[in-house]
Write a new protein. Sequence first.
Length: 453
Amino acid sequence: MNEIVNRQRNFFNTHATKNLHFRRKQLKILQQALQQNESLLHEAIYNDFKKSEFDNYTTELSLLFKDIKEARSNIFKWTRTKPVSTGILNFPASSYIIPEPLGVCLVIGAWNYPYQLSFAPVIAAIAAGNTVILKPSELPSNTAAAMAKIVKENFDPAFFTVVEGGVQETQELLKQKFDKIFFTGSTKVGKIVYKAAAENLTPVTLELGGKSPAIVTENCNLKVSVRRLVWGKFLNAGQTCIAPDYILVHKSIEQKFLERAKEEIISQHFAFENDNYLQIINNDNFERLIKMLNPEKIYYGGQTHKETRYIQPTILKNVTMDDAVMQEEIFGPILPVLTYETIEEAIAKVNSLPKPLSCYLFTKSSSIKKKVLKEISFGGGAINETVMHISNSNLPFGGVGQSGIGNYHGEAGFRAFTHYKSVMDKPTWLDPSIRYYPHTPLRLKLMRWFLRF
């Protein structure tokens, strides 16, 4: 690992990555490599957890192609030196901010969207002028191998390389000195990464998770709300960090909501053979989810099949904040439905848990919208929609508190891998003596005047 990092540091020190045309070329190479290997990428992710070509393209590859296009189009604007005001105290001088790459970066990807959550930070790091070591999750082993193969065949490892492996390899990587670490995964592992980074004072971006709520008010468009909630929840079989983790429904429409949700699930025909449903990633996660299925609270679903790691889309009713399903992020196709009578009660329930990565509100009320946005802190979210805010690169994506540190996507991604160097450029033809010794009453009076500006 030390050799890999040193090789990249030596390459970074040649300043080759600071050339904007070099960065655009590398992004183009990545785009072409992904496009030329789409069949390999589709096959690998299907073998890992039966993700279809449709879902793989729409939720992973298309977002990467969009990121690359945006970065290549905007790189000259993002890297532009920005002049700023200097003030009378430093006259005559000019001041400006220079964006510069951080250096050697480590990106640790997640398993649930293995391509998108691995390559999206890489795209941002390359656009910002860094070298990159990518450590994809080992859980979807076929996708990890596919990514390693593509990168190895198309990039100089001194610039961009993939390190495969599990916990041991990740631990060895974290012992190295990086200029930036970008991690996507659980809060538990995020703490380990953060602690390791602190040993070298390495800046980090942590994209974590949490229990993302959806609040449904009595005056919402129930048909559209349910349809969007069911789609967002059971996309990727619920293995989505920004999926609605639980639903808070106004008591007056609870039964209508449950009936419509059941009807919507049935109408969507979620199944492996329909290419719109996934396996649970491994046996450990399968068993973890099974423990959340309280038979007494299953309103719909609940069927499981251990050999295929299948869990039927399931709705739980009569759920309370004390139930096991509310003690951790679900990350699976289980939807707990809780009720509330006042919006203040719903907000209090959300705020009793750590700040979530996402929050969703379904309402026609502008006053409730303002109240929720004002009183609930969350990473990002949507009104009358789920998940889709991630598709807008103008919205920085990231968590707050236990759901994450920092954000990315679009220019925010470029900023995540960039240092903004502040410079004051001052000529020598004028050098007033006011700041130098001796410190006379007159000079103090003048300094008081100058420092007002």
